[in-house]
Design a protein around this ligand. Structure first.
Ligand code: A3P
Length: 284
């Protein structure tokens, strides 16, 4: 569970691989991640899009095989989330307050947070890249929308706070994107303990190798590689600034935010987040 652009896809691939593919021999491992690990609340975004998915799209093919006789109009990802075989790995960008109040009594949740300045850069790119979002405004306005809590899934600070307040719950693992970057194996061991997967060192190394930025980008884990999939992206933005796997770094905001934009996000961070215990200034 995360706010967009905090490392959701990365975490999905790590968790799915730990649970299903630690020996790197699973026949479905090359399907796009959302065919293996559905995105619970994606249907609401898709309803706003004029573009229909092709019959051969891996999501549609997976939907048909998992949910025979079911109607796409009743929610593709919602129904796939129900039908995906155990152990299910489900992605959601909804904050805790929009999930069932007893969620943590029933399931384990990994929550990932990321430095707001990297989030705003990554989210702006994503919103321009994906036709599903179709953002056509400029970066200055986007930063303003972010600090005004006016983007899809905002407010970011409240999203993080709701998870942070629950961080001591035994069924919640709260992690930072920056820590995954800084100590990958250390964080994977935390995942292993939390999930109870008991992987060997070799299996953990398999997971690490399989889920590096370079590996995931080369497999196009987010969208798959066929032409239909790529048509979900604005090709001009793709060529100029990269695809879904853009940079995968901490601190990439440097040189992208003007000093005024940096001050705007910093002020917002101090006002909204420092008060409950996160300042995001430790590493970036
Ligand atoms: P950037 O745009 O900064 O590159 P989400 O999956 O929540 O939408 O987050 C996407 C962000 O995570 C993107 O950030 C993407 O490149 C980054 N990311 C995805 N997989 C990654 C990996 N294996 N290692 C590091 N960063 C990764």
């Amino acid at each position: 569970m995360t706010y967009p652009k905090c490392g959701t896809t990365w975490t999905q691939e790590i968790v799915w691989t730990m649970l299903n593919n630690p020996n790197l021999d699973h026949p479905q491992a090359l399907l796009p991640i959302m065919a293996r690990s559905p995105y619970l609340d994606r249907d609401m975004l898709h309803r706003g899009s004029k573009k229909q998915l092709d019959e051969k799209h891996p999501f549609i093919v997976t939907f048909k095989s998992l949910c025979p006789g079911k109607n796409l109009e009743d929610g593709m990802m919602l129904q796939m989330s129900q039908a995906t075989p155990q152990p299910r790995v489900i992605k959601s960008h909804l904050p805790f307050s929009l999930h069932h109040p007893n969620l943590l009594d029933k399931i384990k949740v990994i929550y990932v947070a990321r430095n707001p300045k990297d989030v705003v850069v990554s989210y702006n790119h994503h919103s321009r890249l994906m036709y599903l979002h179709g953002y056509e405004g400029n970066f200055q306005d986007f930063v303003k929308y972010f600090v005004d809590d006016d983007l899809v899934y905002s407010p970011y600070w409240l999203h993080v706070k709701e998870a942070w307040d629950l961080r001591h719950h035994p069924n919640l693992l709260f992690v930072f994107f920056e820590d995954l970057k800084a100590d990958y194996m250390g964080e994977l061991r935390k995942f292993d303990k939390f999930l109870g997967t008991n992987l060997s060192e070799e299996q953990l190394r398999n997971v690490a190798r399989h889920s590096t930025f370079k590996e995931m980008k080369s497999r196009n884990v987010a969208t798959g590689v066929n032409k239909e999939e790529m048509s979900s992206m604005n090709q001009v933005v793709l060529k100029e600034n990269g695809g879904f796997f853009r940079k995968g770094e901490s601190g990439d905001w440097k040189g992208k935010l003007t000093p005024e934009q940096e001050a705007m996000v910093d002020k917002w961070t101090v006002e909204k987040m420092t008060s409950f215990g996160i300042n995001f200034t430790y590493s970036v």
